[in-house]
Design a protein around this ligand. Structure first.
Ligand code: ADP
Ligand code: MG
Ligand code: MG
Length: 210
């Protein structure tokens, strides 16, 4: 079950980067939000990895693993971002299914579905200063790279650079949704916490796909 193992490895890389940056993510969220983004992401991703290990031991495929990990993440993380990560990973897992070796086109399609799911569920648009400001350009770059015929790892790398730039660029935005909205002016000059964590995770996963 190569792709299921790959998904577990990706979640483990996500866990490592979230643990490494948890304090920093909390500080960023505290500038205009409530400061719990680091701890929430940590609780979510740790639960997701534990569940993914369980499912892999039962010989579950990639899609099953992602959908079960998504439920564990949303359940344990709490907060807005936890629910949205649950939505995103469910959409990705549903698109990938339990196929053995998803290609760049299918993964790009899964990320597009994840992006649509988050926007549908959270109602944020690009420019509102949320994780959507990373997810939308990342998804577009990944789809475009896949269409150009790049392999999954190369396509992901190209799109990961776009995600990093997009996360940094959220510093110039004023929040128009979520807990940071009342303190919008204070957040100018600081990037959005959920955008930064998403970009960190996208980059951390790169070596697994290359
Ligand atoms: P909470 O805001 O409930 O404390 P977190 O601190 O874990 O949850 O997550 C905050 C992040 O969630 C924000 O930085 C933003 O990226 C993201 N976010 C908040 N609301 C929305 C929304 N409606 N749509 C998309 N992303 C959102
Ligand atoms: Mg918060
Ligand atoms: Mg909170």
């Amino acid at each position: 079950r190569r792709s299921a193992k790959c998904v577990l490895q990706a979640l483990e890389r996500a866990e490592a980067t979230v643990l490494e940056h948890a304090d920093e993510l909390g500080r960023i969220d505290a500038v205009a939000g409530d400061g719990d983004h680091g701890i929430g992401m940590q609780r979510g991703v740790v639960a997701a990895v534990a569940k993914a290990r369980e499912i892999l031991a039962l010989d579950g495929g990639a899609g099953t693993l992602l959908r079960c990990a998504a439920d564990a993440w949303a359940d344990k993380a709490g907060g807005t971002s936890g629910a949205l990560w649950g939505v995103a990973l469910t959409a990705l897992g549903t698109t990938l299914g339990d196929r053995l070796d998803p290609d760049a086109d299918l993964v790009a399609e899964g990320i597009r579905k994840a992006s649509e799911g988050i926007m549908h569920f959270g109602k944020a648009q690009p420019g509102d200063k949320t994780m959507v400001d990373v997810l939308v350009p990342f998804s577009l770059a990944l789809c475009e790279a896949a269409q150009r015929g790049l392999e999954l790892g190369e396509a992901w790398s190209v799109a990961a650079r776009v995600a990093e730039e997009a996360a940094a660029a959220t510093a110039e935005l004023r929040p128009r949704i979520g807990r940071a909205r009342p303190l919008a002016e204070k957040s100018l000059g600081t990037p959005d916490a959920g955008a930064v964590s998403l970009s960190l995770i996208i980059s951390a996963i790169e070596p697994v796909l290359l």
